[in-house]
Design a protein around this ligand. Structure first.
Ligand SMILES: Nc1ncnc2c1ncn2[C@@H]1O[C@H](COP(=O)(O)OP(=O)(O)OP(=O)(O)O)[C@@H](O)[C@H]1O
Ligand SMILES: [Mg+2]
Length: 336
């Protein structure tokens, strides 16, 4: 496996008029070429912030990156720390080597520019093709993502497409320049179940064809089971567990992940596979984290959990957990 992205110790705060929001606390993870990493967690757990920050899409201020590195290995030259790039550096990568699919295609697409031009301009900018060639490539791409009458639809505006078709267009936009990574932030939430499945399948197909790594942000563990190779579970701005999808379902190690799994009726079946609720509510992110963020809701919390912040520790191949408690043996861990 070849690493395409390596995020280390990412800390992000929002300096608002009401106080400081501790949005991300020391998040580290790697992404391999061609794999799908799902990021799951409740609303406000930091899923979007962690990814938006890499492409300089957070409003700064109020956001501030306090610490961290995000090495991208998909450049021709040396690996680059995305967080240290200047405006022109990141705009060469954003939309070119790293694509983004947003939840709300209507607001992500430019309403006064035709679909065709939105895609072909990105191809011209990042791949340096002529106008004519970019137009042909765009039409091919629109066909590829299943837009009927692609040549005629080239000159349509976003509002002339249905929700599902717009999301297909977003996929075409994100993949137009054969990126190394596509970040999909809840791309199917607004769609009905049948269209959701089509979008997931289409993304998987294109990902395989072009060997693209996909980061798929979602609330829906059913989607995760259907497409993720690995899963990062976030809780209140902290990474609680990272594991192969199989491992996470069969051998969850963090009490929060276990809570999620227990509350799940049937991951692969037809039941409701959206994140179920666990007793209690997440902490106020205005309070500086001084101990495990999950301690309030954790059935295993003991003294140490209220005194220290657990770090990400490897517990097996490709399995990382931030917890002081050994759930398998029912006692505090000794060597972390
Ligand atoms: N512009 C902002 N100003 C202040 N706080 C913000 C801002 N953007 C995000 N936050 C805070 O950062 C935290 C993480 O937000 P983020 O959007 O990453 O959550 P999320 O996991 O993507 O949630 P959701 O599932 O609802 O999309 C939240 O507490 C949020 O309130
Ligand atoms: Mg989000």
């Amino acid at each position: 496996m070849t690493k395409i992205l390596s995020v280390k110790n990412l800390v992000i705060k929002f300096y608002t008029f009401d106080g400081v929001v501790h949005a991300l606390n020391n998040v580290s993870f790697d992404l391999e070429e061609g794999e799908t990493l799902a990021i799951v967690g409740e609303s406000g757990s930091g899923k979007s912030v962690s990814m938006l920050s890499l492409l300089h899409l957070l409003p700064m201020p109020p956001a501030k990156i306090e610490n961290g590195e995000a090495y991208f290995y998909g450049n021709e030259e040396e690996p680059v720390d995305l967080l240290k790039l200047n405006r022109s550096g990141i705009s060469k990568i954003r939309g070119g080597k790293i694509g983004f699919i947003f939840q709300d295609a209507l607001s992500a697409l430019n309403p006064v520019m035709t679909i065709g031009r939105q895609i072909s301009e990105s191809i011209i900018e990042h791949l340096g093709l002529s106008h004519a060639k970019a137009k042909e490539k765009t039409i091919e791409l629109l066909k590829r993502v299943g837009i009927p009458g692609a040549r005629q639809r080239y000159d349509n505006f976003p509002h002339q497409f249905s929700g599902g078709m717009r999301q297909r267009v977003m996929i075409a936009v994100s993949m137009a320049c054969t990126p190394k990574i596509v970040i999909a932030d809840e791309p199917t939430t607004a769609l009905d179940v049948t269209v959701q499945a089509q979008i997931v399948d289409l993304t998987k197909e294109l990902q395989k064809e072009f060997n693209i790594a996909v980061v798929w942000i979602t609330h829906d563990l059913g989607v995760v089971a259907g497409m993720a190779d690995r899963v990062l579970v976030m809780y209140a701005g902290s990474p609680v567990e990272i594991a192969n999808a199989q491992d996470l379902y069969s051998n969850p190690q963090h009490p929060y992940t276990i809570g999620l799994m227990n509350a799940l009726p049937n991951v692969k079946g037809d039941g409701d596979s959206r994140l179920a609720s666990i007793d209690g509510i997440p902490p106020d992110l205005m309070d500086e984290p001084r101990h495990c963020q999950f301690a309030w809701r954790c059935p295993h919390a003991f003294d140490r959990c209220w005194e220290e912040i657990p770090q990400q520790v490897s517990v097996g191949e490709n399995h990382v957990v931030s917890c002081f408690f050994d759930v398998e043996n029912g006692r505090p861990k000794e060597n972390v």
